[in-house]
Design a protein around this ligand. Structure first.
Ligand SMILES: [Zn+2]
Length: 383
């Protein structure tokens, strides 16, 4: 235990060294033969005085040692120990614990420093604070985190054995399909038209890993994601997956055209942005526990949007409420029916409408939020 040397200074050794001194100062050989009783009394008084003075010095000396030692102990132990944890339990058993505790953490009742993340919303509960990173990571690190946790959080991962018949990179975005689910030339053109007008906020700051078209069987996605018959595309992890109906250019029942393809591309891309924000803002340990949905719902991106466009949280005084209700006034309600179901979908729906020049279908607050977030005007996407 490397702590023991530091305890030596405060052992009662100094007291032991000091105490015998009176004995040394009264050696019998120093006492001269006395000639008279009065001389004897004079000498006796002198010796008593000397002994008293020495005694006072000893008391002062002991008092000084006592006052200094706990602080000295704390200082030396902190310097010599790798982590503060063992300090409280090991060498301090003989010294006042309170002093040591105070020295190590001046405010022991406050939240530990590592949980005071500047990324956490102001009123968030102390334990939720620990879910936030100290600094936001960049997109490359976020992608690395996603690679590590994708299995745990249930992101759809591309089977290694999957063979793509087509693979191209358009403006930095990979587009791939298998021979069992190729995209029609029209769908590919429309997707590219969507990428052409994406604000940098999307394809530069939050790039999708790939746009992929493959069958559910090929993706082994049945157990994780069950795209319904009216699902045109879905986002999982940092990828966007195109469904069978969309890939072949729609059907009579589910027709697709340029606007709907771009709309769905933007909608799903917003979900990728939301995921990026969670990866960049929250600790990997937290996300790896499968708390992805909570992370998205509590994070500053979704919260910021929700508060500005008319969602109210049940327990918002804590800043980490998840359940939100859309206010009943007409402006708050001005989003799609699907958008009214969840904050997350409201953001995706309104973002997509904003980018296909259908801002008239969403509230002014939503338009303003998207203008602020993308740095683009509402008319930028009108041609
Ligand atoms: Zn959605």
């Amino acid at each position: 235990m490397d702590v023991s040397p530091t305890t030596e200074p405060i052992n009662p050794v100094p007291q032991f060294e000091v105490t015998p001194q009176p004995v040394q100062i009264i050696p019998t050989q120093n006492i001269q033969p006395l000639n008279s009783p009065s001389e004897f009394h004079t000498k006796l008084r002198s010796y008593s005085l000397i002994i008293s003075v020495i005694g006072v010095f000893i008391i002062i000396f002991i008092a000084v040692i006592y006052l200094i030692s706990p602080k000295k102990l704390a200082e030396t132990t902190v310097a010599s120990l790798p982590s503060p944890t063992p300090l409280i339990t090991t060498p301090i058993t003989n010294t006042p614990t309170i002093q040591i505790t105070n020295f190590l953490s001046p405010t022991p009742t406050s939240t530990p420093t590592e949980c005071n993340s500047p990324l956490a919303p102001l009123n968030v509960r102390p334990y939720v604070r620990c879910y936030y990173r100290q600094i936001k990571i960049d997109q490359l690190e976020a992608q690395a985190v996603e690679n590590r946790i994708s299995q745990t959080v249930g992101s759809l991962t591309i089977p290694i054995s999957l063979v793509f018949e087509h693979s191209e990179v358009y403006k930095g975005i990979p587009i791939k399909w298998t021979k069992n689910q190729p995209l029609t030339p029209d769908v590919l053109t429309w997707l590219k038209a969507g990428i052409d007008i994406l604000p940098n906020y999307f394809n530069i700051d939050h790039p999708v890993a790939a746009i992929i078209s493959a069958t559910d069987e090929e993706l082994e996605s049945k157990s994780i994601i069950k795209p319904g018959p009216d699902t045109m595309a879905y986002a999982s992890g940092l990828n966007i997956f195109i469904t069978a109906t969309t890939a072949k250019g729609g059907s009579t029942y589910y027709p697709v055209d340029k606007t709907s393809i771009i709309n769905i591309l933007f909608h799903e891309w917003v979900h990728v942005v939301q995921y990026y924000e969670a990866l960049e803002t929250f600790t990997e340990e937290y996300l790896a526990k499968g708390r992805l949905v909570e992370a998205m719902a509590t994070g500053p991106l979704e919260k910021g949007f929700a508060k500005e466009v008319g969602w109210v949280y049940n327990s918002d005084e804590f800043g980490d409420g998840i359940i939100a209700k859309l206010k009943a006034d007409s402006e708050s309600q001005k989003t799609t029916d699907y958008g009214k179901t969840k904050v997350r979908e409201d953001m995706a729906e309104s973002g997509a409408l904003f980018m296909v020049c259908k801002s008239n279908l969403i509230s002014e607050a939503r338009i303003l939020w998207w203008e602020k977030t993308t740095g683009e005007s509402r008319t930028k996407f009108c041609h």
